[in-house]
Ligand binder design. Structure first.
Ligand SMILES: NC(=O)c1ccc[n+]([C@@H]2O[C@H](COP(=O)([O-])OP(=O)(O)OC[C@H]3O[C@@H](n4cnc5c(N)ncnc54)[C@H](OP(=O)(O)O)[C@@H]3O)[C@@H](O)[C@H]2O)c1
Ligand SMILES: *[C@@H]1O[C@H](CO)[C@@H](O)[C@H](O)[C@H]1NC(C)=O
Ligand SMILES: *[C@@H]1O[C@H](CO)[C@@H](O)[C@H](O)[C@H]1NC(C)=O
Ligand SMILES: *[C@@H]1O[C@H](CO)[C@@H](O)[C@H](O)[C@H]1NC(C)=O
Ligand SMILES: *[C@@H]1O[C@H](CO)[C@@H](O)[C@H](O)[C@H]1NC(C)=O
Length: 378
């Protein structure tokens, strides 16, 4: 493995050179890694625009069910961007979609729901869009959400883990985790664990579906499994984002394996992950050149609706019959070597299990109904 992808290399550098220099060097190197990858993926976007060979979803795909009457879906981070596009698509097919947003005012959330519904010209629609609060920086809001969901619905057909942040400054949540790690990864793992019984109650033709919206930025990086919170190694927002997306993929594979085990087999759930494409959304608010030249980015990138195509494909297509795959443009693809390493997957799962067990303990006075989910207990 490349030395720069090894956390021990950076600990050594800390001992030789001043800390602030190493921090800067780490940020620059990881930025270069992600920008090179980004350049390749922008070329892919151009190729997609020009080529007829790249799979795109048309409005009436035969393998995508058009009638989702009585279906219930949860889309995290559906207030804008790819999540909003996916939510509207599901609603258009008659699905009841519960979108999550971190907006704290109920009025604001209701307005989002109304606007989303109005923009879909759906006559005779049995579906609905509701916006419920979750702030993924607060684990307690994940517990609140699930408690309310279980009371009002109880059974869930589709879960789309989409909410995310990219390239934010070093910061820690009140639960003690680095922002990218908790928002993009850990809170979503908790959400999925807690919703697993509801997913298992889905009674439609096929099994319930979980879709994890990850990213191609995982390719050039590895996870620092000995320091996932960047406490002893240098912090780079580029590394932190890529690592959180890599963890999503690794955990998807881990869970897919678990679902094939003796205990897991009793759960009827399909779990996959994907890269949505490079789509022009609010995610790029901290990327300098997109801020400087938004017209250029709009020209090169795909739209949020196009970014939602693979999400919808993974959530609905009858072509998908198994768990644990990584998709791009509605086709499965190999994710990075690091992500497929079973030893690393198991280590990450172990760490995650411990982190969540601690959190569940922390919140057990407030939410006595939640025990450490049996599914991932030893
Ligand atoms: N766009 C791309 O090119 C691209 C490429 C690869 C992967 N992705 C992935 O696609 C997903 C969606 O991204 P997007 O491009 O649609 O970005 P976006 O437009 O910035 O949307 C992000 C969503 O996440 C929610 N969110 C952010 N912080 C949150 C928090 N603390 N608590 C709860 N919700 C939070 C936001 O909702 P509120 O602000 O209302 O909470 C928003 O709806 C992300 O996971 C991203 O990593 C995107
Ligand atoms: C409207 O919904 C009703 C009840 O679900 C259905 O019988 C009818 O065919 C629908 N009409 C159209 C135009 O889709
Ligand atoms: C960390 O997050 C808190 C709460 O969102 C915010 O008030 C603070 O300014 C952030 N700190 C940094 C260094 O960004
Ligand atoms: C991804 O999929 C797995 C399997 O369902 C799930 O446990 C995990 O919470 C999902 N989300 C993330 C962000 O990893
Ligand atoms: C909550 O956690 C404490 C400390 O670990 C434990 O003693 C207690 O039994 C737990 N309560 C419930 C309801 O699980």
């Amino acid at each position: 493995m490349l030395a720069i992808n090894d956390y021990k290399f950076w600990l050594l550098m800390y001992r030789i050179f001043p800390k602030n220099i190493i921090d800067t060097v780490f940020t620059i190197i990881t930025a270069i890694q992600l920008y090179l990858l980004g350049a390749r993926y922008v070329l892919k976007e151009i190729h997609r625009k020009l080529s007829s060979k790249v799979r795109k979803l048309s409005a009436n795909e035969p393998d995508i069910p058009d009638d989702l009457t009585d279906y219930v879906a949860v889309v995290t981070g559906g207030s804008r961007g790819i999540g909003l596009s996916a939510a509207k698509d599901l609603y258009r097919r008659g699905c009841i979609v519960i979108v999550t947003s971190s907006a704290s005012s109920q009025m604001e959330r209701d307005k989002m729901a109304e606007e989303a519904k109005e923009s879909v010209k759906a006559t005779n629609n049995s579906g609905n869009i509701l916006v419920w609060p979750i702030d993924f920086r607060e684990m307690s809001s994940v517990f609140d959400f699930v408690a309310r969901f279980n009371k009002e619905y109880g059974s869930l057909d589709i879960l789309i883990n989409n909410a995310g942040v990219m390239f934010v400054d070093k910061n820690f949540t009140s639960d003690g985790f680095e922002y990218h790690y908790q928002i993009n990864y850990l809170s979503h793992v908790l959400l999925t664990w807690l919703l697993l019984p509801a997913l298992n109650k889905a009674d439609k033709k096929g099994p319930a579906r979980v879709v994890n919206v990850s990213s191609s930025t995982h390719y050039p990086r590895c996870a620092f499994l000995d320091d996932l919170q960047s406490q002893i190694t240098p912090y780079s927002a580029f590394h932190a984002y890529a690592q959180s997306k890599l963890c999503q993929i690794m955990f998807t594979y881990y869970m897919a394996n678990w679902l094939r085990s003796d205990v897991g087999q009793s759960y009827r759930v399909l779990i996959n992950c994907l890269h949505p494409g490079v789509a022009m959304t609010g995610l790029y608010q901290y990327v300098w050149w997109v801020r400087l030249f938004p017209w250029l980015a709009s020209f090169l990138f795909r739209t949020a609706d196009e970014g939602a195509e693979t999400v919808i494909y993974c959530a609905l297509s009858t072509e998908i019959e198994s768990s644990g795959y990584y998709y791009e443009d509605c086709s499965s693809l190999r994710s990075s070597k690091f992500s497929m390493n079973k030893i690393y997957q198991n280590r990450l799962a172990d760490l995650t299990r411990k982190q969540l067990a601690k959190l569940i303990e922390k919140y057990n006075q407030t939410y006595p109904e939640y025990k450490v989910p049996q599914i991932l207990a030893y």
